[in-house]
Design a protein around this ligand. Structure first.
Ligand code: C2E
Ligand code: CA
Ligand code: CA
Length: 753
């Protein structure tokens, strides 16, 4: 990734400076100016060269012109020298033919040895010159005499002509030395010379001066306006005179010489500069944008990282239970689903175990929720020691934990794990210095036999758990096919239950209780049965828990009370008029605040004494929600109904509640009686419970008597009443006669009443 700092290198920094485009533009302008001036200098060289050329050509022309004329005059002089008797008319004739050939002459003259002009052709316009001495200055005279002596040509230079205007005279000596007979002179007019020498183009563009001995002698042409920068002077090689031509071009000519390249180059460079700086500016903008972008990206990825961290924390929080620190149900289910795909691929088995803490609710209610929570945490800690890459422990809520075991190769693996799980509950838990023992019931479902997906496995583990609880707690149970069947039946029953209430499919069976002091039946326990239209007579174990789960137990309870009262009303006049009926109440029924009112109302309605009705509540239900129950039970006692504690001895270890509750009777649990004659411990407990009850002024009943020995043991230890198959099974009301008429006096070695 590109970090923002990496782009902060020096060249980049310079390139990014806001001055950069300006600098580039200025650079280009400088180069443009330099180039332009260079090119212009080159151009002016060219112009100068062209000017040189023009001047040289002009000078050469002039020299050639002079040469031609000089030669022609020399030929005429020669002819005169060779012909001493030449007459004027003949000379004139000769001269005329010359004038025709050389139109430049103003006149041809013969100057005698004394330097006077003697003959002139044409005479017209030149007559004034006749008799004029051409050696009019000492310099001119010396020059002419010198030329006559040496036979060389003399040129007068630019002079004012005797005939008027500027002109020039060429003198060719007629013989030299002593034979000299003067000169043949050709007179030029400067304007005529100019017209022969200069083309209209040259005349139009140049100012041409003839400089003689350093002084301006004649202006051959004048062209305006002149260009200030250019001028060229070319010497002209002429005999006897010192001449130079000075050429000055006018601006028009110079401009035609100049090309547009410097201008074009200049503009091109400026444009290129503008383009380059615009490009740089653009590049800067793009670079800055890029930088801003990569900064933004860096910030963004940082934010993303932070967010990912938060998300991970959230995910961890979402996946764990706040109280126990174990995985929560949602995470567990997701993990199981994932583990199942692995199990399917590797063709492994997978076990799902549900753990339910036995009687946790009672503990929670009596000790308080805080201690209950602490216990849950302790349990979670112990269970968590078993977790590894194969075993995941989770908390499902309430008093339930869940375990997923991966890579199971045989059922032994699962049985070993179940054993380990149970070991977690072997030692008591220490809470605030107190030791609390708690057991757990486990249900297990194994993939693929007990289900292919997580939900089904969980449901089946739950069914197995439910079975295990029914079979007595502190045990485990694997899910089997039959369970599913039973579970379905259970659900069907739950549906049919409501209809059964309406159709009054329930009946009360009665199980007598034998008074061990008198040998008579003093009371009966009402035990409900469901006369199912298809399945026949169903015992409470098959439907009471369904009714509790669906909340219909309240209605069933009311029906039982009503039926019991009806039965009491029915017996009012017969031999059973003193018989007490004991009815069972489940804990949930106590939640019904109108229960006591209902009982009272029903008793009054059937005009029955309240002391003919007894209510049995299990120890566990007694303890649950102590405060609320206490209120209800006190009111029940107040109206005269007796209270019995059912299944005494298996539930709760504290006996303090016996002091606080308005109890009349305790029923020793069947489990103590079963082996009371064989097991020393059970005998001791049974005796202790009897004594305890009596010391508290309570009546003591033993239930589950199946043998004469049990009956006699109880009698010996002064138990008040006995109930069990040995005396009678639960039977319908109309079958009670036989049971009641039987005498137990012999069995008990009592005097018959
Ligand atoms: P429980 O109150 O402990 O009732 C005694 C149970 O023990 C009865 O089973 C009875 O048939 C059985 N029993 C009696 N003597 C002997 C014996 O000598 N040996 C053996 N092995 N068993 C004996 P049942 O009728 O199946 O009732 C089971 C439980 O259902 C009752 O236990 C009671 O808790 C509940 N129950 C029964 N009727 C009602 C009811 O009307 N309302 C409520 N809420 N619960 C009821
Ligand atoms: Ca009972
Ligand atoms: Ca019982």
């Amino acid at each position: 990734m590109i970090t923002p700092g990496a782009t902060d290198k020096r060249p980049v920094k310079v390139l990014l400076s806001p001055l950069m485009p300006l600098l580039i533009l200025v650079g280009f302008i400088t180069i443009a100016i330099g180039l332009k001036s260079g090119l212009e200098r080159q151009e002016s060289f060219r112009v100068r060269a062209a000017l040189d050329y023009e001047a040289q050509r002009l000078a050469a022309n002039l020299e050639r012109e002079f040469d031609t004329h000089v030669k022609a005059l020399q030929r005429m002089a020669q002819r005169m020298a060779e012909n001493p008797g030449l007459t004027e008319p003949l000379w004139r004739y000769d001269a005329r033919s010359y004038l025709v050939d050389f139109g430049n002459y103003q006149a041809l003259e013969w100057v005698d040895e004394a330097l006077f002009i003697r003959w002139v052709e044409p005479l017209d316009g030149n007559a004034d010159a006749l008799g004029f001495n051409v050696g009019f200055t000492p310099a001119r005279r010396a020059a002419l005499l010198d030329a006559a002596a040496n036979g060389t040509v003399d040129i007068s230079g630019v002079i004012e002509l005797q005939q008027g205007g500027s002109g020039m005279v060429l003198y060719a000596p007629v013989a030299s030395g002593r034979q000299n007979r003067g000169f043949i002179a050709g007179v030029f007019r400067m304007d005529t010379l100019a017209s022969t020498l200069l083309t209209p183009r040259v005349r139009q563009h140049f100012d041409i001066d003839i400089v003689e001995n350093g002084r301006l002698a004649y202006q051959l042409s004048q062209a305006h306006p002149l260009h200030p920068d250019f001028t060229h002077t070319e010497t002209v090689e002429l005999p006897a005179v010192d001449w130079a031509l000075t050429l000055k071009p006018n601006t028009a000519w110079v401009e035609t010489q100049y090309s547009n390249w410097p201008g074009y180059t200049y503009i091109t460079m400026i444009l290129m500069g503008a383009l380059a700086s615009a490009l740089i500016w653009l590049a800067q903008t793009v670079l800055q944008r890029n930088r801003a972008l990569s900064n933004a990206r860096a910030r963004l990825s940082q934010e993303t990282r932070q967010r990912e961290g938060v998300q991970q924390t959230l995910a961890r929080l979402e996946s764990t239970d706040a109280l126990t620190g174990l995985a929560n149900r949602r995470f567990f289910m997701a993990d199981v689903a994932h583990a199942l795909t692995i199990a399917a691929r590797l063709e492994h088995q997978l076990a799902l175990v549900m753990i339910d803490l036995d009687r946790f609710q009672t503990l929670n209610d009596t000790l308080g929720h805080q201690l209950g929570d602490e216990l849950l945490v302790k349990v979670a800690q112990r269970l968590d020691t078993l977790s590894d890459e194969r075993v995941l422990i989770a908390y499902s809520g309430g008093d339930e934990f869940m375990v997923c075991q991966q890579h199971v190769t045989s059922l032994d693996d699962v049985i070993w794990l179940l054993g380990q799980l149970q070991r977690c509950f072997r030692d008591p838990f220490l809470l605030h210095g107190e030791r609390y023992s708690i057991t757990a019931t486990l249900g297990a479902a194994v993939y693929p036999h007990s289900g292919l997906d997580a939900d089904l496995l969980l449901r089946n583990a739950d069914i197995a758990l439910y079975r295990a609880k029914n079979n007595g707690r502190n045990t485990y149970q694997f899910y089997t096919e039959g369970m599913q069947e039973r579970e379905l039946q259970r659900l069907a029953l739950q549906k049919e239950f409501a209809d059964a209430l309406v159709r009054e499919e329930f009946v009360l069976f009665f199980q007598p209780q034998l008074d061990l002091r008198t040998g008579t039946i003093s009371s009966v326990e009402a035990l409900v049965r469901w006369q199912h239209p298809k399945r026949g007579l169903l015992v409470p174990d098959e439907f009471i828990s369904l009714a509790v789960e669906s909340g219909q137990i309240t209605a069933l309870g009311r029906w039982v009370i009503k039926a019991a009262c009806q039965q009491l009303a029915h017996w009012r006049t017969g031999p059973y008029r003193d018989l007490i009926i004991a009815v069972n109440l489940s804990g949930r029924e106590l939640d019904d605040h109108e229960l006591v009112d209902y009982i009272q109302h029903t008793l009054t309605h059937h005009r029955i004494d309240a002391n003919r009705l007894e209510v049995e509540l299990t120890e566990e239900h007694f303890i649950r929600n102590i405060e609320r129950n206490k209120n209800q039970l006190t009111r029940l006692r107040d109206i005269g109904v007796k209270l019995a504690i059912d299944d005494f001895g298996v539930g709760y270890s504290s006996l303090g509640y016996l002091r606080d509750f308005p109890v009349d009777l305790i029923k020793i649990d069947r489990s103590f009686i079963t082996n009371v004659t064989q097991q020393h411990d059970d005998a001791i407990i049974t005796r202790a419970v009897i004594n305890l009850g009596h010391n508290l002024g309570l009546k003591v009943v033993a239930e589950g008597i199946e043998t004469i020995e049990q009956l006699q043991f109880l009698q010996q230890h002064h138990c008040d009443c006995a109930q069990g198959y040995f005396i009678s099974r639960p039977i319908p009301a109309h079958a009670l006669d036989t049971a009641l008429q039987q005498s137990y006096a012999d069995l008990l070695h009592l005097e018959p009443v």
